[in-house]
Each structure stands twice: as structure tokens, then as C-alpha cells.
Design a protein around this ligand. Sequence first.
Ligand code: AHG
Ligand code: MN
Ligand code: MN
Ligand code: MN
Length: 339
Amino acid sequence: MHDNRTTLTQFLIEEQRHIAGATGDFTSLLNDIVTACKVISSMVNHGELMGVLGQAGSENVQGEDQKKLDVISNEVFLKTNEWAGHLAAMASEEMEAVYPIPSHYPKGKYLLTFDPLDGSSNIDVNVSVGTIFSILRCKGNCVNPTAEDFLQRGTEQVCAGYALYGPSTMMVITTGNGVNGFTLDQNIGEFILTHPRMTIPAATREFAVNASNMRFWEPPVRRYVEECLAGREGPRGEDFNMRWIASMVAEVHRILTRGGLFTYPYDAKMQARGLEGKLRLMYEANPMAFIVEQAGGAASTGRHRILDIQPSSLHQRVPVILGSKEEVERLAAYHAEHD
Ligand code: AHG
Ligand code: MN
Ligand code: MN
Ligand code: MN
């Protein structure tokens, strides 16, 4: 048990005291996001008891088969965040168009983007999944925002976070002042600060990649992984360990806990489909890049810093390499050498 427990609400209110001109609007918005994550957490925990597993029978704009929980979590996020007057609009992995705040609710100055259920291929097999979100300021038309208003660089994010529905439910958040982790105490229904100031070690001997795609990778990625696999006898002179959970939230959480490199690189399969990557810039890459950088790590496409990308469309996809700084820089250097 932790003594002197700080709840997430208390933490946010205390943080807000240090922000000049803060009105409490932002804290209140985050509280609603936290509530949405608690609802999703409860459904994930109950699984088949609530009848929420399995396919929804529909396809999303990404061309993925939606799970029931993809659809339900999306709905929970919309309904929990639309009414309070903090948001101008929302955008989600699961919706093709921008979601306008219904006209009978007041509108606010923030934009919310989210991946309501990350790692949803894992839901039916009872492996960790999560939720990822990002908050932007609405700078243009806040009465009727369009996709254009969302197309801001990752460096413009006001806040990013994720909920991890694992053996315990956790919430990890940054507002640009470091990264803090909270664990849900199911008995009292509150997130408690358990992982203050999370940092990623610069060096690591662990990497995460879906190696079944190896034959489609570009030479720099192939080189990096081959060198890791060669272990002590190879050019790195050390043995490496590998993990692949297929839930980005869980991989990023592992990296925040013990370091590592995560990549979903560009490959020939994507090229054939006219895609620039697998992971979505607005719902996955940007929020995670913000968190990882705030924890002392790095996040790159291999050719550019993720947070510097000027988004061109709401559902834009990008290659992602993130985690321990030295390894991300090494793999980026392999790209530069190759190009
Ligand atoms: P989502 O479930 O939100 O569609 O995201 C899945 C993502 C990411 O979480 C994970 O790293 C990757 O896709 C897994 O892809 P593979 O199934 O190709 O390994
Ligand atoms: Mn999906
Ligand atoms: Mn995802
Ligand atoms: Mn998802």
C-alpha cells in the first residue's frame, strides 16, 4: 500500500496551480477522459461476462474489421466527453469524419483525438489492450471545426496519455512537464500516483517488432534487427531480447518501465497498398511520441522526428520507431546511411 496517496484528480489540480491563466477547464476535461477509461476498463475486465468480446461485423475507415469493443469504447469516449463544454470536436481511429459536439451542448476550446481501443486483436485472447488520447487547442474555427483544425504538429499537443488495461489498469499522462503513471485502485475507483516521473533509460538490449514482416522491410530495418539477432558474435557485441505484444500501449508501457526500442516500420506491403505506415499519426504516433520524449526517449519515422511532422490528413499513417534514445538514433542513422 502507498501512504500519502495522491489521486489523479489531486495531481491535476496541483499541476494546474502552476499554469498561469488555467481555468480548470483542462482539469475537468481530463477528468472526463479518465471516467471514459474507467468505463472501458470495467468492460475489458468483465469481458465475456458482459458479452463484449468478438467481432462487430463492420469495417472502419482504416480497412480493419472492428471488434465489438472497438465500437463500444468509441461510443463511451464520445458520450463521456461531449457534454461538458470543454471540447470543440473529436476525432477517432474508428470514425471517418470529425465528430462535432451536438448542438444542444456548449462548445469549448479543445480538440480531442483518440484510439479508443488499442491492440484490439488481443481482446478476445485476454491480453492487455489500452486507450490512447491526445488533446490539442482549437485555434481556428471552434464553432464548427473541420479536419483541417486537427492537422497540427505533435509539438502542439497540450496533453497526451494512455490507459493500459493490463493485470492492473494504469493511466500514464504528460502535459509537457514529464510523465506520470497512476494505478486504478478498483476498491475506491480512483487512479493513484504510483509511478512519478517515469524515465526511459537511454541504452537498452531489448527490441519489439513484428518479425513476420521481415521480408518486406527496408534494408536499414533489416540491418538493425539482424545485428540485434546476431548477439554477442555480431557487430553489437551483445545479446538482445525481443518482445511483440501487438498492443502499442503495452509495448510503450514496457519501454517506459525498463527501456527498449519499438518499431512498426515502413515496408513493401504498405508500399503496395499506397500506405506510408501502419500506425496512425493523430491517434497513436503523436501521443506516444510526446510521452516517450517527455520521458527522455526519442520517436522517429526513421527519417523525421515524429512530433515535427505536419499532418496532411486525419487518418495519416506513419512509420514509427520509438523508445530508448541511443537505439532510436542508431536506427535513424542506418536510414540516413542508406538513403
Ligand atoms: P489497433 O488495435 O488500435 O488497430 O492498433 C493495433 C496496432 C498497434 O497497437 C500494434 O502495435 C500493431 O497494430 C499490431 O500490428 P500487427 O497485428 O501487425 O502485429
Ligand atoms: Mn484498429
Ligand atoms: Mn491502436
Ligand atoms: Mn484501436
